[in-house]
Design a protein around this ligand. Structure first.
Ligand code: ZN
Ligand code: ZN
Length: 356
C-alpha cells in the first residue's frame, strides 16, 4: 500500500502542485486501504492525511496504511482546515469528477489563497494497471459469479419471470459470500434481450427464448462481470445465427487482444467480425470496459477511444447484437488481463450455446 501512495505522489510534479485531494472512495481504498463510505485523502510530498467521520474511528485505524488518520466531528474539509493541513499551500489538485459543487465552493471559500486545480481522470491510469494480488481478487469475485451461473442454469425455465431469476441471482451471490452486487443484474428474455441495458421485468420466460444474463458482484472490494446468453429450447434460426456471430466476434477479439492496442483497435477486432456478417447496426455499444475496484473503470475499449491500453489492465470483452425485429439479443462477456503478447482470460464458463 505505501508504494501506491508514492505512485499518487508522482502526480504532484505533473500538476506542479503542493498536494492532491483524493475524494473518490475506490481510489482512497486503492491508495491507503480504507473501505468505509466517507473519507478524504490529502497527499503532499512528505505525508498523507486521511480524514473520516466518527463512525469509522476504529475501522480507519485498523485499515489505513501510510497515512495519518484524523476524525472529523463536523465536515471533513473543516477538520483538515482545523488541523492546519492546508496552510502554506498555494496549488492543490482535486478530482474534478468526484467533488460536488458545494464541496468545491467550501474549499474556495475557506482557502481563497489556494488555487484549486481540477483534474479529470486523476489516478485512473495508476489504478487500471493491476498487481497480481488484485487480479487474484477479481478471479475470486468472478468465481462466485460463475458458481451462481451454474445454479441459475438449474432454475432457469419457461414460466419463471425475469424478475424471479434476477432475485435468485442476487440471493445466490450474497449466499456465496459476495459483499453486494456490482450492478443490478440483467435478465432479458426474448424481445427484451434486444435492449442492451434491459431491466428485469415480469415477463415470463418462453420456450424458444434467448435469455441474456449479465451479472457481477463485489467481493473484498473487487468486481466481477460476466454475460452469457442461454437458449430455452431450440432458438429461431435468426437467433442462432446471431449467437454464432457474437461468439465468433468475441473469440476473434480475445485471440488477438493484447496490450499496446488502442481502445478503438481492440473494439475493431470484434466489430469487424460483426460487420462482415452484415450485422454492424445491431452492435450498438463499445466492446468493453476496465474493471477492478469499480465495475466500470478506465480504459474503455470502444470505437471512439484512442488511448493505448497498457499491460496489466483488466478489461471486459463483451460484443453483442440486439435485433428487435427478430425479437432477440445476444451478448457474451468475459474479463481478460491484457499482456504484451496476448491475454489471460479470468472467465472460465463455456461459450458454446447452452440449450436448456
Ligand atoms: Zn456485464
Ligand atoms: Zn461489462
Amino acid at each position: 500500500m505505501p508504494n501506491r501512495l508514492d505512485r499518487v505522489r508522482r502526480q504532484l510534479a505533473e500538476h506542479d502542485a503542493n498536494a492532491l485531494l483524493i475524494s473518490n472512495l475506490p481510489n482512497i481504498r486503492w491508495a491507503c486501504g480504507f473501505t468505509g463510505s466517507n473519507g478524504l485523502l490529502l497527499v503532499d510530498p512528505d505525508e498523507a492525511i486521511f480524514v473520516t467521520d466518527g463512525r469509522y474511528t476504529e475501522q480507519a485505524r485498523q485499515e489505513v496504511e501510510g497515512a495519518e488518520v484524523l476524525i472529523a466531528k463536523e465536515g471533513l474539509v473543516s477538520r483538515l482546515l482545523d488541523a492546519g493541513q492546508l496552510e502554506g499551500m498555494d496549488r492543490v489538485v482535486f478530482q474534478a469528477d468526484h467533488v460536488t459543487v458545494s464541496r468545491y465552493q467550501k474549499l474556495e471559500e475557506h482557502c481563497p489563497e489556494i488555487t484549486w486545480i481540477p483534474a479529470s481522470g486523476l489516478l485512473t491510469r495508476q489504478v487500471a494497471v493491476k498487481e497480481d494480488r488484485e487480479i487474484l481478487q477479481i478471479r475470486r469475485a468472478q468465481a462466485v459469479t460463475e458458481a451462481v451461473f451454474d445454479h441459475i442454469l438449474d432454475v432457469l425455465e419457461p414460466g419463471k419471470s425475469e424478475r424471479e431469476i434476477a432475485a435468485e441471482i442476487i440471493y445466490d451471490h450474497l449466499r456465496r459470500g459476495a459483499e453486494k452486487m456490482a450492478f443490478d443484474p440483467i435478465v432479458a428474455s426474448g424481445p427484451n434481450g434486444a435492449r442492451p441495458h434491459a431491466r428485469p421485468t415480469d415477463r415470463t420466460l418462453q420456450e424458444g427464448d434467448l435469455v441474456v444474463i449479465d451479472m457481477g458482484c463485489i467481493l473484498d472490494g473487487y468486481a466481477s462481470d460476466m454475460t452469457r446468453t442461454v437458449a430455452l429450447g431450440e432458438p429461431s434460426a435468426a437467433a442462432r445465427e446471431g449467437y454464432d456471430v457474437v461468439r465468433r466476434a468475441q473469440k476473434q477479439a480475445i485471440e488477438h487482444a493484447r496490450a499496446g492496442l488502442t481502445g478503438k483497435e481492440l473494439d475493431a477486432l470484434a466489430r469487424d467480425c460483426i460487420e462482415e456478417a452484415g450485422m454492424k447496426e445491431f452492435f450498438s455499444h463499445g466492446l468493453g470496459h476496465g474493471i477492478g475496484l469499480e465495475v466500470h473503470e478506465w480504459p474503455r475499449a470502444s470505437y471512439s477511444v484512442e488511448d493505448e491500453l497498457p499491460a496489466g489492465v483488466c478489461v471486459t470483452i463483451e460484443p453483442g447484437v440486439y435485433v428487435p425485429e427478430e425479437e432477440y439479443g445476444v451478448r457474451i462477456e468475459d474479463i481478460v488481463v491484457l499482456r504484451s503478447d496476448g491475454v489471460d482470460n479470468l472467465t472460465s464458463v463455456s461459450k458454446e450455446l447452452i440449450i436448456q
